[in-house]
Design a protein around this ligand. Structure first.
Ligand SMILES: Nc1ncnc2c1ncn2[C@@H]1O[C@H](COP(=O)(O)OP(=O)(O)OP(=O)(O)O)[C@@H](O)[C@H]1O
Ligand SMILES: [Cu+]
Length: 658
C-alpha cells in the first residue's frame, strides 16, 4: 500500500520536478533537430519545386546523401528522447504504456524510412519526399512537449487561498482558533512521539522475551537454535526494491496508458491487414514492408500526451473557484474510480462540535462530576476533552488534583486521584477494567444513546459514578450529500468510535444504511482496507486531522477543514455537497480525455485509409509525411476542444437548496 504522508508526497514532487527538468532539456534538443530536419527535407524540396537551383544541395540529384543526413538527425532525436523510449521499452512486454507506443511508433518511422532508402539505392528511384524523419521529429516534439506540460501541471503548488480581500465575518476568531488548534496538535505530536518510543521499547522487550522462550523451547526439544536475525529477509526485500530502476511517475490520467495498449493492438492489426492486402496485389516486398511500418507509425496519436495537460487544468480551475484545495493534480484520476466513501461520524455526519447536554450523577453532585472529569481531560486534544474543560471552567466547577492522564484511543482516559484510579470513557471499557456500573445508570445511559447522544461514563475506583451526555448535531447538508453519493453508485459507510446505539440513531437520521460502531482508530483503518479488499477505491472523509492511521490507508482523503492539511482534498467551504459533485467532475474529466483520444484515433485511421488510397490510385506513398503530420495536429486540436464538457459543469452549493 502506498503511504500518503506529507513526506512521501514531497519525495514524489521532487521526482516530478527532476523529470520536468530532464523533459524540458530533451524537448529543446528535439525541437531544434526537428527544425533542422524541416530545413533539410521540405525546405530543399520546395526549393526544387520552384526550380531554384541549389546545385549539389538539390535532393533530386543526390537523394541518398541527403537521406543519410536526415537519418543522422533522426538518430540524434531518438538519443535525446532516450528516457521516454527506455521507459517505453521497459514496459513494452509487461504493461505497455503510452511511452511504449511512442517507442514502437518511432522505431517504425525509422524502419519505414530505412526500407525506402534501401529501395532508393537498389532501384535507383528517388523517394526522398516519402521519408518519415520529419514526422518523427514532430511526433517526438509532441510527446516531450505534452509530457513536459503534464509534469508542470503535476508540480504546480496548490495555490493557497487569497489571504487579503473580502474576508468573511469571524475570520479573526477562526484564525485564533486555528492557531490554538495548531499548537495543540504540536503538543499532541510530541506526546505521541513519546508514547510511541515507550511502545517500541515495550515491543522490543516483548520480542526479546519471546525469542528467549522460543530458544528455550527449542533446546528442550533438542532442535538447533535458530539464527538470531529473523528480520533480515524483510530488509533484503527493501534493498532490492530500492535497487530497481527508477520508474517514471505514473501519468496524471491513467486513461492514457490504458488507451495506449489499444492503439498498439489496433496499429498492429491494421498494419498486418494492410500488408496482407498488398501482398495479394503483388506489391514488391520493400514497399510492402515500408507500408507495414508506416501504418504502425500512423496509428500512434501524439495527442495521447496532451490528454492530461489539456483537460485537467479546466477541472482544477473549477475547483479553485470553489476554494477546493487539491494537493496533487493526479488525485483526479483516483477520484474517477472512487466507488466507496468512508465517513467518520464526528465532523462528517455530525457537526463535530459536541456540547455537554446533561450530567447524570450517582453518588456525586453534577458539579463534582464535571470538575473531576475536566481535571482528567485537562490538556488532552480529544474533542470531548476540550468541551469538558471549557464547560467546567465556564460553570466554575472545582478542579481536582490528578496525576498525568493516560488516554486510550477510542476508549477513554485514566488517571490517579488521591491514589485511586479515575476513569472516564466508554462503558464497555470501564467494565472490562473491572468497574461496576449500576443497572439504573446503564438504563439511563442507553436511553440517551438511542437518542443519538454520546454517553461517557465516569468511575472512581471500581464504581461507576455518573454519565456525561454530549450532543452533536447532524450536519444539515449531509442527507442530501448521501443521496447524491448513492445516486452516483458510491457506497457510503459511516465509521465511528461511539457505541452501537448512538451510531444506529445517527446513521438513521442521516440516511446512511451501512455503519460500523465501537471502532478504535486502528479498526477504522481496517474497515477502509476491507472495502479495498472488496475491490473498492475508497475515499475517506475526515474531520479529525489526527486519524493518521486511517489517512494512510484510504485512496483519497477529503476533509472539510484546513486543519487537516495532510489530506488530498480540502473543501474549505465545509459544504459536503461538493463531494459528490467533485466525483462527477472527475468522471467528466476522464470522459473528456477519452473522447479526445477517440477523436485523435479517428484522425489516425483516416490517415491510414488515405495512405492506402494513395498507393491504390497513385501507385506510391508520395503524401506519406503529410498524411502523418496532419492527423497529429488535428488530434491535438481535437484534444484541446473536448474540455467544453468540463466548462459547462458548475458546482452548486448546498445552501441554494433552501
Ligand atoms: N478523551 C476521552 N474522554 C472521554 N471519552 C473518550 C475519550 N476518548 C475516547 N473516548 C470514548 O471513546 C469513544 C470513541 O472515541 P473516538 O475518539 O474513537 O471517537 P471520535 O473520534 O470522538 O468519534 P467518531 O469515531 O464518531 O468520529 C468516545 O465516544 C468516548 O466515549
Ligand atoms: Cu504518431
Amino acid at each position: 500500500m502506498e503511504e500518503k504522508t506529507g513526506e512521501a508526497r514531497a519525495a514524489a514532487r521532487e521526482k516530478r520536478l527532476q523529470e520536468k527538468k530532464a523533459l524540458g532539456a530533451s524537448l529543446q534538443i528535439v525541437l531544434l533537430l526537428t527544425l533542422l530536419e524541416f530545413a533539410f527535407s521540405p525546405g530543399l524540396l520546395i526549393a526544387g519545386y520552384f526550380n531554384i537551383e541549389l546545385g549539389p544541395l538539390t535532393p533530386r540529384s543526390m537523394p541518398l546523401p541527403f537521406a543519410g543526413a536526415e537519418l543522422a538527425l533522426a538518430l540524434a532525436m531518438l538519443l535525446a528522447s532516450k528516457n521516454v523510449l527506455e521507459n517505453g521499452l521497459r514496459r513494452l512486454l509487461r504493461a505497455p504504456s503510452a511511452d511504449s507506443l511512442v517507442l514502437v511508433s518511432a522505431l517504425s518511422a525509422v524502419a519505414a524510412s530505412l526500407l525506402l532508402m534501401a529501395k532508393m539505392y537498389l532501384e535507383d528511384v528517388n523517394l526522398f519526399h516519402q521519408l518519415l524523419f520529419t514526422p518523427l521529429g514532430i511526433l517526438l516534439t509532441f510527446t516531450l512537449g505534452g509530457k513536459y506540460l503534464e509534469a508542470r501541471l503535476a508540480t504546480r503548488e496548490p495555490r493557497p487561498l487569497e489571504k487579503e480581500g473580502a474576508e468573511p465575518q469571524g475570520t479573526e476568531e477562526m484564525r485564533l482558533e486555528q492557531e490554538a488548534a495548531r499548537q495543540k496538535r504540536e503538543e499532541e505530536a510530541q506526546r505521541q512521539k513519546e508514547s510511541e518510543a515507550r511502545y517500541q521499547e515495550l515491543e522490543a522487550l516483548r520480542a526479546e522475551e519471546r525469542r528467549r522462550a522460543d530458544a528455550e523451547a527449542r533446546k528442550e526439544r533438542g532442535e538447533p537454535p535458530l539464527d538470531e536475525e529473523n528480520d533480515e529477509p524483510t530488509q533484503k526485500i527493501d534493498a532490492s526494491e530500492k535497487k530497481a530502476a527508477p520508474a517514471a511517475s505514473a501519468p496524471l490520467l491513467a486513461v492514457t496508458n490504458n488507451a495506449a495498449l489499444r492503439f498498439l493492438v489496433f496499429g498492429f492489426l491494421l498494419a498486418i491487414a494492410g500488408a496482407a492486402f498488398w501482398q495479394s496485389m503483388e506489391l514488391d516486398i520493400l514497399s510492402l514492408a515500408a507500408l507495414f511500418f508506416a501504418t504502425l507509425f500512423l496509428a500512434c496519436p501524439a495527442a495521447l500526451f496532451f490528454a492530461a495537460p489539456l483537460t485537467l487544468p479546466s477541472a482544477l480551475r473549477k475547483c479553485r473557484a470553489q476554494k477546493i484545495i487539491i494537493s496533487d493534480a493526479g488525485i483526479f484520476d483516483t477520484l474517477t474510480h472512487v466507488s466507496a466513501i468512508a465517513i467518520t461520524k464526528s465532523g462528517g455526519i455530525t457537526e463535530g462540535r459536541p456540547f455537554l447536554a446533561t450530567i447524570v450523577g450517582e453518588g456525586l453532585s453534577d458539579g463534582a462530576l464535571l470538575g473531576l472529569a475536566a481535571s482528567i481531560e485537562n490538556g488532552l486534544p480529544h474533542p470531548l476533552a476540550r468541551v469538558l474543560v471549557s464547560t467546567a471552567m465556564s460553570r466554575g466547577a472545582r478542579f481536582a488534583r490528578v496525576s498525568a492522564a493516560n488516554s486510550i484511543p477510542g476508549q477513554g482516559v485514566e488517571a490517579l486521584s488521591y491514589g485511586r484510579p479515575v476513569r472516564i470513557g466508554k462503558r464497555e471499557w470501564l467494565q472490562e477494567e473491572g468497574v461496576e456500573v449500576s443497572n439504573s445508570l446503564i438504563t439511563k445511559g442507553d436511553q440517551f444513546a438511542t437518542k443519538g447522544k454520546i454517553t461517557v461514563y465516569l468511575a472512581t475506583g471500581n464504581s461507576g459514578k455518573g454519565i456525561l451526555v454530549f450532543s452533536d448535531e447532524i450536519r444539515r447538508d449531509v442527507r442530501r450529500t448521501i443521496r447524491l453519493l448513492e445516486a452516483l453508485n458510491v457506497q457510503v459507510v459511516m465509521l465511528t468510535g461511539d457505541s452501537r446505539s448512538t451510531a444506529k440513531r445517527i446513521a438513521k437520521e442521516a440516511g446512511v444504511s451501512v455503519w460500523r460502531s465501537d471502532l478504535t482508530p486502528a479498526d477504522k483503518a481496517k474497515e477502509v482496507q476491507l472495502l479495498q479488499a472488496h475491490g473498492h477505491t475508497v475515499a475517506l472523509l475526515v474531520s479529525d486531522p489526527q486519524d493518521k492511521e486511517v489517512f494512510s490507508k484510504a485512496d483519497v482523503v477529503i476533509s472539510m477543514t484546513e486543519e487537516a492539511s495532510d489530506s488530498d482534498i480540502i473543501i474549505t467551504s465545509g459544504d459536503s455537497a461538493y463531494i459528490p459533485q467533485l466525483l462527477t467532475l472527475a468522471r467528466r474529466t476522464a470522459k473528456s480525455a477519452r473522447l479526445g483520444l477517440a477523436l485523435a484515433f479517428v484522425c489516425s485511421l483516416l490517415a491510414i485509409a488515405l495512405s492506402h488510397a494513395s498507393l491504390f490510385y497513385l501507385g506510391d506513398l508520395r503524401f506519406l509525411p503529410l498524411l502523418s503530420i496532419l492527423p497529429m495536429l488535428l488530434g491535438a486540436i481535437a484534444m484541446g476542444l473536448t474540455p467544453w464538457r468540463i466548462k459547462s459543469f458548475s458546482f452548486t452549493p448546498h445552501t441554494l437548496d433552501y
